[in-house]
Design a binder for this molecule. Structure first.
Ligand code: PLP
Length: 496
């Protein structure tokens, strides 16, 4: 059955998946949502016999209904290849009676690779299907991991250019080094004086700028987005939740139909929304546990029904979750408002004007499958240390937020259902915070000494993504004010 997409803020116009991928964000500022969530066609038992790429096809074909089988399979083949350092793509590792779904085996060792290794192929295919002749300019705001994953995905891809804005003082040293050493004539990396929300807001403003759009068209360019607002990112993320369930079933860790919990370290609400979609497609997921760091705007939202970004922005050791405006939550708000675009648009107008909105009791009642909590900096570090000392397994700071929140959840509820924790980054990406959590004595070492030490204590080889930046030269050093983002974009594109 065909799936069409419309904006969360105005659902009169319906478009095909390929058009939604090309546009990224709707002209009215809304996000594209499918008109229904399709059910899985294959049984969980059948899926349990499949490999990652086969499951990817089974899931994605249900959403990208205007792609031919050949087109979609071709995208999947090109994405999930030797860029990943394991053939299973997303290994499940058991530690302390919990399953860590390692989503960091791609080119840039964070879970963003799961979707950003396929997005460029989906986008090029979409452009061809829609006879687009303009060059596609990918404009992206990053809290640290999306940037590098998008750069790696789009570098050298013909017919595209990519511009990444990151908060100059808001990413880890390894994250920054990964981005500013990016090769490829079609790539451009800019640090901004501001935080991730400033970068994201700036990018959304550029997308909504009609005058600029006209100039772009005149010069043979059009914008698209690689941020998790793009439906072409959300759909590939659903795959690994289906895969995780299928794997547990295959390994007889669960019985067919047994409900599991999923814990997701959350920032922009994209990853956990994908789990919610998987649940609604028929994967037996009981609780969706939303884990925040000290920027706990989502925890407060689940507690009170009030989303309020008016608070201090905290820089934490899990920078990819340092976010106060979780863009993808809009897709959930739209749904619990009864797929009501007008009502959702009112909430979003209030968010933009007053920085907050309050949902109704009726809407709150539909959030009962979600559980929200948060972990402080100390709880996060303590969890890394405790898990390491108990099991020898080293997790990164983001995954540790999820793991610490899961400990709180178990204590509060006594629920002992089998649980999958989305492990979103390699500890090698956040070595200093991880090693300091394990022992303060590491503080005096350099970043790359820490890398080697981590490899020793965790008994894991240093990932390629780290080896290649050890000595790589810095190729991008542009820094600008958040008010200058539009000018920087025009300069890069050579539009006067
Ligand atoms: C992006 C990111 C997150 C947050 O994911 P969202 O989809 O934005 O909620 C968590 N952990 C890591 C390592 C990330 O890169």
């Amino acid at each position: 059955m065909e799936v069409l997409y419309s904006s969360t803020r105005n659902d009169e116009k319906k478009i095909q998946a390929s058009q939604a991928i090309l546009k990224g964000l709707s002209d009215d500022g809304g996000l594209f949502v499918p008109d229904h969530i399709p059910a899985l066609e294959k049984s969980l038992k059948e899926l349990s016999e499949m490999e990652y790429k086969e499951i990817a096809y089974e899931v994605m074909k249900l959403y990208l209904t205007d792609f031919t089988e050949e087109e979609l399979k071709n995208c999947i083949e090109r994405a999930y290849d030797s860029k990943f350092d394991t053939e299973v793509i997303a290994p499940l590792v058991e530690a302390d009676h919990t399953y860590y779904l390692e989503l960091f085996h791609g080119a840039t060792i964070a879970f963003k690779d799961m979707a950003l290794s396929i997005l460029p192929h989906l986008m090029i295919t979409s452009a061809r299907k829609n006879k687009v002749e303009n060059e596609i300019v990918i404009l992206t705001a990053t809290s640290g991991d999306t940037g590098k994953a998008a750069l790696a995905g789009f570098a050298g891809v013909e017919g595209t250019k990519i511009i990444v804005f990151y908060p100059k003082n808001g990413v880890s040293p390894i994250q920054e080094k990964q981005m500013v050493t990016q090769k490829g004539d079609n790539t451009f990396v800019v640090g901004i004086h501001g935080n991730f929300d400033d970068a994201q807001t700036g990018v959304k403003q550029i997308f909504a700028d009609k005058e600029l759009e006209k100039e772009m068209t005149e010069n043979g360019f059009q914008f698209s987005s690689a941020n998790s607002i793009n439906i072409g990112r959300l759909v590939p993320q659903i795959v690994y939740y289906v895969y995780a369930y299928a794997k547990l079933l295959k390994e007889e860790k669960i019985t067919d139909g047994e409900a599991i919990n999923v814990v997701v370290p959350t920032g922009n609400f994209g990853n956990i929304l994908a789990a919610f979609y998987a649940k609604n497609m028929g994967v037996p997921i009981a609780k969706l546990i939303c884990a925040s760091n000290e920027n706990k705007v989502l925890y407060d939202f689940f507690e009170t029904g009030s989303y309020d970004r008016n608070r201090e922005f905290m820089l934490t050791s899990s920078p990819s979750m340092d976010i106060l405006i979780s863009s993808n939550l809009e897709r959930l708000i739209y749904r619990i408002a009864g797929n009501n675009a007008k009502k959702n648009a009112e909430f979003m107008a209030s968010l933009s004007k007053d920085g907050k909105y309050q949902i109704t009791d009726e809407m709150r009642a539909q959030l009962k499958d979600f559980y929200g909590n948060y972990a402080s900096e100390k709880e996060t570090a303590d969890r890394i240390k405790a898990l390491y000392e108990q099991t020898g397994y080293v997790i990164d700071t983001h995954t540790a937020v999820a793991s610490a929140v899961y400990e709180k959840y178990k204590k509060e509820t006594g629920d002992d259902a089998k649980t999958v924790i989305a492990s979103t980054a390699s500890p090698f990406k956040f070595t200093r915070s991880v090693m300091n959590a394990i022992d303060e004595k590491y503080d005096s070492m350099t970043d790359f000494e820490l890398v080697d030490e981590l490899s020793k204590i965790a008994n894991v080889a240093v990932p390629n993504a780290i080896e290649e930046i050890r000595t790589a030269p810095v190729l991008h050093d542009t820094v600008c004010d958040k008010s200058e983002m539009k000018k920087v974009v025009k300069d890069f594109l050579g539009i006067a």
